[in-house]
Design a protein around this ligand. Structure first.
Ligand SMILES: [Zn+2]
Length: 449
């Protein structure tokens, strides 16, 4: 869409979210270029913009598109993958038996199809901003470009990084560092408004002090924030204490990793002093309850972190890019863990998923207003064919999302003014071809495990 093109969505029930949320019945929204240019009623905006191309939403609910603060596009081939031997009994075994076997089996072409599969899923589920964390130890160089191409094809917004780790030896650790630096430089020389970068690190437990220092040094002139798993499992703390005499968060702080542009993923096993450090340094924490439940690592103390002044966003750690499902998991798990139905109220879940994730996204897109529908905000939105059987208001919207909206309600996705899905039909990605090719590639990758 050029800057002059105008697309007027009419007859929508518009839920704006944002600082002053509104619900407009028979609403209209004007997209101009990649931004929202006007929001009002259908009667008002059709009079004001008689020449704009129209898109009748037919009474559907129109909301801001979802954002995902942490994901792994490389994980798609794990679906249904059999792992020989005894089932993993703890988190380090899950890493060794599942993820570190799968990622080693990936070629650059697998990386592309694994990403495309996740991107189809993202567009279908109205998630247009994603922060990815990639690993493919036998196909490191160029992997960021391959993912960037897939993201470009899909038409979503993504921040990419390669996870540096010592687990595959010093050569691959150096190659991981080089890939982060190379991609950041290439983005700088060829800017793309929908792409961004961070400096990826796997986790404290697979990184020596020397490698951390190498990453900080390599990052000097590219100046990215870091993106690292932090205290996902208790094993990360034991390892850090053995290696450095410090817990994970102070270890990372002392290494120069933390700060307002750094993403500390999970933070399930951080204590009060570590929360204080995260707050003090302005470091972002991302919460992935489905992954934490699946790995049986524990429940992050999200509300306590928020009370301590920590910035917390919501990711999916490679689970489906259906962020409503992640919101629902978050809503439920804290109540169970605390045995308190007042824990993690619905409005807080939505605030983390939209307002906080939108602030987190500013690390990568400092000029984009995301997670809300307002004049000047990015035209990132989703249509839901949702016709509630009870009254829907601004105040009770979170509970409609958590109890009423299913993935099947999503019919259209728009990112930066570009329509990526309309009437459930994908417009930028060929799902059938991607599915067929992915199935072939995954079968081959499984043979190499
Ligand atoms: Zn992760």
């Amino acid at each position: 869409m050029t800057a002059q093109t105008q697309l007027l969505i009419t007859h929508a029930r518009i839920a704006t979210l944002g600082a002053e949320p509104q619900l407009t019945e028979d609403g209209a929204l004007l997209i101009q270029g990649d931004r929202i240019a006007a929001i009002g009623t259908t009667a008002e905006l059709t009079t004001q913009y008689p020449d704009a191309e129209r898109w009748d939403a037919g009474g559907q609910l129109v909301m801001p598109a979802a954002l995902c603060a942490h994901t792994h596009f490389y994980g798609a081939f794990a679906r249904g993958m059999g792992i020989p031997g005894e089932p993993a009994a703890n988190f380090p075994q899950i890493l060794e038996r599942l993820w570190w076997r799968l990622d080693k089996a990936l070629t650059l072409e697998d990386v592309r199809y694994s990403a495309l599969v996740c991107l189809v899923d993202a567009v279908k589920h109205g998630t247009t901003t994603l922060v990815d964390h990639h690993a493919s130890p036998n196909a490191i160089e160029g992997s960021m470009d391959v993912i960037a191409e897939a993201v470009g094809q899909a038409g979503v917004r993504a921040s990419l990084c390669y996870e540096v780790t010592d687990r595959d030896g010093p050569k691959r650790a150096s190659a991981g560092i080089a890939e982060n630096v190379r991609f950041a430089r290439s983005l700088r020389s060829k800017p793309n408004s929908l792409l961004a970068a961070s400096f990826g690190l796997h986790a404290s437990l697979t990184l020596s002090d020397e490698t951390l220092a190498d990453c900080v040094a390599a990052n000097q002139d590219i100046g990215l924030g870091f993106h690292i798993h932090v205290a996902e499992d208790i094993a990360d703390q034991g390892n850090s204490l053995r290696k450095s005499g410090k817990r994970v968060v102070p270890r990372l702080r002392d290494a120069g990793i933390l700060g307002p542009e750094t993403l500390a993923v999970h933070c399930v096993h951080v204590d009060e002093a570590e929360m204080h450090i995260l707050a003090e340094t302005g470091t972002w924490v991302t919460h992935q309850p489905r992954s934490n439940m699946n790995n049986a690592v524990g429940v992050a103390e999200v509300e306590q972190m928020l009370r301590a002044g920590v910035n917390v966003g919501l990711g999916n750690d490679g689970f489906s890019n259906q962020m409503f499902a992640e919101m629902k998991a978050s809503y439920l798990v804290h109540k169970l863990a605390q045995r308190d139905p007042r824990a993690m109220p619905g409005d807080l879940v939505l605030r983390i998923a939209y307002a906080n994730n939108a602030r987190l996204a500013r690390v990568f897109w400092p000029h984009a207003t995301l997670g809300e529908l307002s004049v000047g905000a990015a035209a990132d939105l989703v249509f839901l064919d949702y016709h509630p059987t009870t009254p829907l208001t601004v105040g009770n919207l979170p509970w409609h999302i958590l109890f009423g909206v299913e993935a099947s309600a999503i019919t259209a996705t728009v990112c930066a003014g570009r329509v990526l899905m309309r009437d459930r039909k994908l417009l930028t990605l060929d799902e059938e071809a991607i599915t067929a090719r992915s199935r072939e590639r995954a079968a081959e990758a499984w043979k190499r495990l």
